[in-house]
Each structure stands twice: as C-alpha cells, then as structure tokens.
Design a protein around this ligand. Sequence first.
Ligand SMILES: C[S@@+](CC[C@H](N)C(=O)[O-])C[C@H]1O[C@@H](n2cnc3c(N)ncnc32)[C@H](O)[C@@H]1O
Length: 167
Amino acid sequence: MDLISSCDGEKIIVVGAGATTIVDTLLENDYQVTVMDISSEALRILSKRHGTNMEYIHGDLTSELELGEYNIWHDRAVLHFLLHESEMKSYVANMESCIVSGGYAVIETFSTDGAQECCGLNLHTYDEEMLVELLGSNWTLVESIRHTHVNPFGGDRPYISTIFKRK
Ligand SMILES: C[S@@+](CC[C@H](N)C(=O)[O-])C[C@H]1O[C@@H](n2cnc3c(N)ncnc32)[C@H](O)[C@@H]1O
C-alpha cells in the first residue's frame, strides 16, 4: 500500500489478483479497483467478497487484452511466472495499452537471489536492471525496494518491489 499510495491517481488495475486482500484496503481507501486474473475461481472468490464494488476481468496476460484505462497497474507475483520472451512482451504490451502517460506500474516479483520455483512451477526472477530492460524506454524506474516476504507456510521469499512511471 505504501508503494501504491505514493502514486498519483485512484483508478487501479490489480493483475493476477488471486484472492489478494490488498483490494480490501484499496476499496477502504476509495480507489476505483479492477481486478483481473486467468483464474475464474480467483475472480469468483473476490466477487463473493466485494460484489459490485469492483470490476472484474477474466483474461490471460500473455494474450492481447482490452483492459480499459487506469492510473496504476499493480502486479504482485504474476510476471515471474511468465517464462517465454513472447509472454513477457505481451505482458508489457497489455500494461502499456491501459496505463496512460504519467501513470504507474507497481511490479513485485521474486528477486534473483530468491526461490527459482513456486508451487512446483519454474520462475523467471528479476533484479532492477532486468525489469528496466524488460519495460524498455517508455518507463522510468522511480523506486525499488528489496524485502523478504514470509509465505503462509513459513518460507522466506526475497522480493523486489518496484514503481515505474510511464513517460
Ligand atoms: C502467486 S498468485 C498471486 C496472487 C496475488 N497477486 C497475491 O499477491 O496474493 C499468481 C496469480 O496470477 C494468476 N495468473 C497466472 N498466470 C496468469 C496470466 N497469464 N494472466 C493472468 N493471471 C495469471 C494466477 O491465477 C494467480 O491468481
């Protein structure tokens, strides 16, 4: 929330939302929230919790999507599941299609010094330079924080959390 609240604007899309509780806090703080996920089960859980207080998009970030327009893109723990260059490029294209100039992307992934696997799936982990290279010249890195998330099963998960601004 500290990262998100340091960005201007209240229209936010939370991608790969899962059943995240960050949307509860966003709604309490008067953000206009859209959640998207490839999992209809995740969206069902969120919609049971929040009904018509948010918008819901079912989609795959690795394909071309019509997402609308937002000030802020928030991703925790989706990008690192995309292993192929074409998938990563689609992710960035989707992000650029819905974040207007002056908008923000808050991207949080497992860092290169952390786990290379999660839930039995291989990961593509990141450091600052790798994220800067992936996003390309349309984005400026504003902030980057390293921290360790302790997952619900007690495992340490070193993360990199970043804010990028769209030029
Ligand atoms: C590790 S969970 C993170 C959930 C939430 N962001 C959080 O931090 O608790 C990853 C989520 O990304 C979704 N996901 C995975 N691949 C995706 C894709 N290609 N497009 C959209 N969502 C995807 C999964 O369904 C899952 O809900």
